[in-house]
Design a protein around this ligand. Sequence first.
Ligand SMILES: Cc1cc2nc3c(=O)[nH]c(=O)nc-3n(C[C@H](O)[C@H](O)[C@H](O)COP(=O)(O)OP(=O)(O)OC[C@H]3O[C@@H](n4cnc5c(N)ncnc54)[C@H](O)[C@@H]3O)c2cc1C
Length: 391
Amino acid sequence: MTEAEKDALLDAVRTFVNDEVLPAAQAAGDSTAFPENVVNGMRKLGLFGTFVPAEFGGLGLDMQTHAKVMEEIARGWISMAGVLNPHHLCCKLMMQSGSREQKESLLPRMASGEYRCAFSLTEPHTGSDVQAITTSASRAEDGSWVLTGRKRWITNGLAARFIFALVKTDPDAKPAHRGMTCFIIEKEPWAMTGNGRFAGVAIGENIDKMGDRGVETTDLVLDGYRCSGDRILGAEAEGLGKGFTQMIAAMETGRVGASALCVGVAQRCFEVAVDYARKRHTFGKPIAEHQAVQFKLAEMATSIRAARLLTQDAARMKDEGRRADLEAGMAKLFATETARKVAQDSFDIHGANGYAKDHEIERLLRDALSLVSAEGPAEIQKLIIGRAVTA
Ligand SMILES: Cc1cc2nc3c(=O)[nH]c(=O)nc-3n(C[C@H](O)[C@H](O)[C@H](O)COP(=O)(O)OP(=O)(O)OC[C@H]3O[C@@H](n4cnc5c(N)ncnc54)[C@H](O)[C@@H]3O)c2cc1C
């Protein structure tokens, strides 16, 4: 894409967010109905395949433009960014580790959004400690794989056709991560219980989250689900025992996306704070003219800019083909804290009205907290950063 084409795309995304996403987010309130019209709008704009190469039907964007698109969508509604971000992680996994046959058969339909995808590491008893997962796959006599276990917190779990899930294929492997494999689990989208060739795969109830309510987050229950070795990411010869490395590597890209989401939410919290501060009067003038409120807004604007620059810096490193675990970790750490702090400051500026559901900040504050743990909490980012700076 030329620079002019990228600018035109960003303009189109901004218009879509202002005209369709923001009104849909406010109209949805606390509902957990899935806004498929907004999802279709994202599909039409090509946003399911932002950085998928054009030869596979994607937009072929660089990571910096991808991050700007994701910021804009999250400014409109974190849940719609949540529909995309794990899907993008799966696209990245496929581009990075898929076999030629897997790429040709799945990637174009993933890029178009026809096949929606979910990413699954977490289990009921473990999140950050990925190597402690217990969901397992064992080989049956006919050579196929039989999967058993329970995964949790899967964003898009119900809507997805494919769930890229990390499971143990060798429980005795040392170190444990060498015994882990990424399976591309196929299921019927929107079906809670699988039948026929999808027997043994079930989706749990939508987790009743405090925010980010426009996208479903579910369990995946595997009870003797059978698939062949060509459902291993990269196919059996290349992918068996490589799942941990594949998924952790792809999460660098996921962290750039998650940082952009935080910046987008923070930006919207800032916009509604400025708007409210201009309109609300105390002691004879708009509260925007009280220096204490201006100082708060100044700090909010500065943090958002810093978070955006950190995100763009990590994205630029990825565009240059460099590893960016340090930079993506820093961006995620700083951007998450920015979203949390800016949401709280915006809430404060709204006074009592911020606590009422008809003001957007009430939802934004709850949405901002959804980013605290997703893609790794602050402590895990600090472990990544700490290791990198002491290596
Ligand atoms: C809205 C939402 C969407 C999500 N979507 C997905 C998804 O699509 N797919 C998926 O697989 N997961 C998803 N998750 C799960 C997310 O990835 C996990 O929440 C995250 O990995 C943290 O795991 P945990 O919640 O089990 O926390 P734990 O790992 O149990 O950690 C609990 C606390 O202990 C701290 N801690 C843990 N280990 C250490 C340590 N070594 N040193 C210091 N502190 C430590 C953590 O920082 C945290 O504060 C989602 C979560 C949310 C909230």
